[in-house]
Design a protein around this ligand. Structure first.
Ligand code: F0G
Length: 455
């Protein structure tokens, strides 16, 4: 293995082990905490051996014009910062990454922010940000000779894992909470040929069961406790920096579920700064749903030093997680970048999602917490009008079409959640709803439906 190039460092006690020595559940044998991938050679590279930043930036951009599969991947084109494989020939890629950064002009104007962008990770091959992490960790599984891979999931991880496993010719086992994931995601796991088990529990219960399974069977765990996932998920930080010509935005706002993604993006920006590729870090803020907000509570009540699991409830099913594995890593990212951690209500998520839809982009509900969070941060004066803000949209709008249809039909939210028909948020919802209408198959009927709107 490429242990000469990387090692694993325990986030809790600092113990260092070779990559291949990790336990099947990726927990530290000494203290039970999670590992981070570390590149020992980089310490010297901060000195005279420092890579030439200009040459790397040129090489990474140049690869976008290449016909080679690895160069076309938005993860592996940054492979100088991903020495996790013995041979890059073992990489399994669906040409993930290289996702667009869209301007959000209408939303920017209504919030009074000059520069507002969405980095749309839903534009990945399986429709979510999970592909960037999966290409990295599944490639390690293949290189280490595993025949089976597995994950517990709220849907997107399982879709990504099933696709990448199928490409690599590996079998995959998916554990999902019965009735609690969006149909689009479940259909993907089936389509890509996973063995899909729906368990009568929640996501946190699926994680518990899977941890026991990987201790007993030769199955490679692909949940985000696997530190190689985070190596792939750090690369959107490189893309964002590249798009801003290696000047980072002032703020990056990320949804929080199991809290690996915020950790990974923080690691990505930290490494760029350590290697002299960018001058500073953006503030990274994490937004959770009110009913699934263990990190918000941890930071508010325990300064991020301990975390009390909650029983999670939110319609943003991707982030319905009460006991997030990577909370310590995420807390560090928020604290070291001076970001914020907030929660938002079900009605706020629904409105934000419709606004992102009205920009012609769309996203799944969990992604929309970023805009709902930005509105709060703007209202409390934490973000200035002159700041550059990037929202990280994590999933494609078609992942959870039921949610969108229920919103536009007016059946999504209860009166309690909206504060009743006279509330401010109910008025916002009415302004955004675009329910489909049934009309006769005749031009006059369709023109009547258009009445008053053409001007
Ligand atoms: N957004 C979407 C669309 C997700 O699917 C997830 C997590 C998150 C945000 C939160 O990211 O967990 O790194 O904080 N989905 C996982 C899954 C848990 O199983 O698909 P996180």
């Amino acid at each position: 293995m490429s242990d000469n190039l990387h090692q694993l460092r325990c986030f809790g006690c600092g113990a260092r082990i070779a990559g291949a020595e990790a336990q099947p559940d990726f927990r530290c044998a000494a203290c039970g905490d999670l590992f981070e991938v570390e590149f020992p050679g980089w310490a010297e590279r901060r000195g005279p051996e420092r890579p030439n930043p200009g040459a790397l930036k040129w090489l990474w951009r140049e690869r976008r014009c290449s016909g080679e599969a690895l160069d076309q991947s938005g993860v592996w084109r940054f492979r100088e910062l991903l020495p996790i494989l013995e041979s890059f020939g073992n990489a399994v890629t669906l040409r993930e990454g290289n996702t667009p950064l869209y301007h959000l002009p209408r939303t920017a104007q209504s919030l009074g922010v000059d520069q507002l962008f969405a980095k749309h990770q839903g534009m990945n091959p399986t429709g979510s940000f999970k592909d960037t992490g999966m290409t990295a960790a599944l490639s390690v599984a293949r290189e280490r000779g595993f025949k089976w891979v597995a994950c517990a999931s709220t849907g997107n991880t399982s879709a990504a894992m099933a696709a990448y496993a199928a490409r690599a010719g590996l079998r995959s086992l998916v554990l999902i909470p019965e009735g609690k994931i969006a149909w689009g995601k479940l259909s993907q796991a089936m389509d890509y040929g996973a063995l899909t088990c729906q368990l009568k529990t929640d996501f946190d219960g699926c994680v518990r069961v899977l941890t026991e399974i990987v201790r007993q069977a030769p199955i490679y765990l692909l949940n985000s406790v696997n530190p190689y996932r985070l190596e792939g998920q750090k690369t959107p930080a490189f893309e964002i920096a590249e798009t801003f010509d290696w000047n980072v935005p002032d703020h990056l706002i990320v949804p929080g579920g199991n809290l690996a993604n915020s950790s990974a993006l923080g690691k990505g920006f930290r490494e760029l700064k350590e290697l002299g590729l960018v001058a500073r870090l953006p503030r990274i803020s994490v937004i959770q749903a009110e009913g699934a907000n263990p990190l918000v509570r941890s930071l508010a009540v325990h300064r991020g030093e301990s975390l009390q699991p909650v029983e999670a409830h939110t319609r943003a099913s991707a982030i319905r997680i009460g006991n997030p594995a990577s909370w310590r890593k995420a807390a560090r990212v928020i604290q070291e970048t001076c970001g914020w951690c907030l929660d938002v209500s079900e009605a706020e998520i629904a409105v934000a999602k419709a606004e992102i839809g009205a920009e012609g982009l769309g996203c799944e509900p969990a992604s929309a917490v970023t805009l709902a969070g930005l509105k709060k941060l703007r209202a409390q004066g934490s973000i200035a009008a002159s700041d550059t803000v990037v929202l990280l949209l994590t999933g494609h709008t078609l992942k959870d079409a039921d949610y969108t249809i229920d919103f536009h039909r007016g059946t999504l939210l209860s009166a309690e959640e909206t504060g009743g028909p006279a509330s401010k948020i109910s008025a916002e919802i009415e302004g955004l709803r675009r329910n489909a209408v049934v009309v006769d198959a005749a031009a006059p009927a369709v023109l009547a439906a258009l009445k008053g709107q053409l001007a």
